[in-house]
Ligand binder design. Structure first.
Ligand code: 13P
Length: 340
């Protein structure tokens, strides 16, 4: 088996998923603002150390996605973060896109940038310990959007990124995120997600990317967050699976969902509902940012004396999502004693 396929499989190993801790400077500032903590380099470092050093999290977490600043930072005792993670058997990864920017001639739509110089950056990240990468494209749903133009330009860029990752021996996580803001129905979310995935796999195929060494990080098919009549967990599972069975080749080892703006418990319940209907052609797992971190961030509040409580909160969410990987999660488990 080739190395990339092996790494992709390790990232979706039984009962494990990915922690997305790759918030850009702007995004982490927003998160810190929500708890009244200054986004200084050392506060960002301390917060990430809290997560990465959580004892036992490695039982549920296979990999962590880092940001450019974070992959170069170290724990308090001087251990570089990639080394700290690897010593626990957690695979370090890296966000390599440079963010979504306005797409010319496409009012309200974006194109993700970062292809220039990417070959050189990937080589450096590999040197720093990364074994997988992430690139996120976003699409907005309105009555008329996304346009075919935004869908195909972003798919093209995602495939160019994936091909370069393969060359650099990094597993590319391909992340086309259809944003769930708005009042659209779940049917509309299904149609848009289908069009997006159709374009992404056409481009990956045309650009000769070996799917066995990749992972897909998509949105779930949900009703818009402001929809008046929102679909239940079972409906989410049904629509999402129908969409992915049609558009994601079985050669892809795993689908690692993002949480988007879902509550942490919804994100867990939705993943669980899908896995209950398994087995599926691919592993269905998580690569959550907010849904793994929100309670921990709140418990921490920027205070050293709260580190343990924050670690317990993070450990608990990792454990709940691990249970959702096998369809064994139940909301009652949220109330179980939390042991870290
Ligand atoms: P959320 O789970 O908070 O959506 O973050 C995942 C991610 O990596 C977005 O790019």
């Amino acid at each position: 088996m080739d190395k990339l396929h092996e790494t992709a499989l390790a990232l979706v190993a039984e009962g494990k998923g990915i922690l997305a801790a790759d918030e850009s400077e702007g995004t982490i500032k927003k998160r810190f603002d929500s708890i009244g903590v200054e986004s200084s380099e050392n506060n960002r470092r301390a917060y990430r150390e809290l997560l990465f050093a959580t004892e036992g999290a490695e039982d549920y977490i296979s990999g962590v996605i880092l940001f450019d600043e974070t992959i170069r930072q170290s724990a308090e005792d001087g251990t570089p973060f990639p080394e700290l993670l690897s010593s626990k058997g957690i695979i370090p990864g890296i966000k390599v896109d440079k963010g979504a920017k306005p797409l010319a001639n496409a009012e309200g739509e974006t194109i993700t940038e970062g292809l220039d110089g990417l070959r050189e950056r990937l080589a450096e990240y590999r040197e720093l310990g990364a074994r997988f990468a992430k690139w996120r494209a976003t699409y907005t749903i309105t009555d008329d959007l996304p346009s075919d133009y935004a869908i195909w330009t972003n798919a093209h860029a995602l495939a160019r990124y994936a091909a370069l990752c393969e060359e650099a021996e990094l597993v590319p996580i391909v992340e086309p995120e259809v944003l769930m803001d708005g009042s659209h129905s779940i049917e509309r979310s299904f149609i848009v997600t289908s069009r997006v995935l159709g374009a992404v796999y056409t481009e990956l195929f045309d650009q000769k990317v070996r799917l066995e060494g990749t992972l897909l990080k998509p949105n779930m098919v949900l009703s818009g967050y402001d929809a008046s009549d929102r679909a239940s967990a079972d409906e989410v599972a049904e629509w999402t699976l129908k969409c992915f069975r049609r558009h994601v080749p079985a050669a892809v080892p795993g689908i690692v969902f993002l949480s988007g703006g879902q509550s942490d418990e919804d994100a867990t319940a939705h993943l669980n509902a899908m896995n209950k209907l398994g087995p599926h052609p691919w592993q269905l797992s998580f690569s959550y940012g907010r849904a793994l971190q929100a309670p921990a961030l709140k418990a921490w509040g920027g205070k050293t004396e709260n580190v343990e409580a924050a670690q317990r909160a993070y450990y608990h969410r990792a454990k709940m999502n691990s249970a959702a990987r096998t369809g064994m999660y139940a909301p009652e488990m949220e109330r179980e004693a939390i042991t870290a």
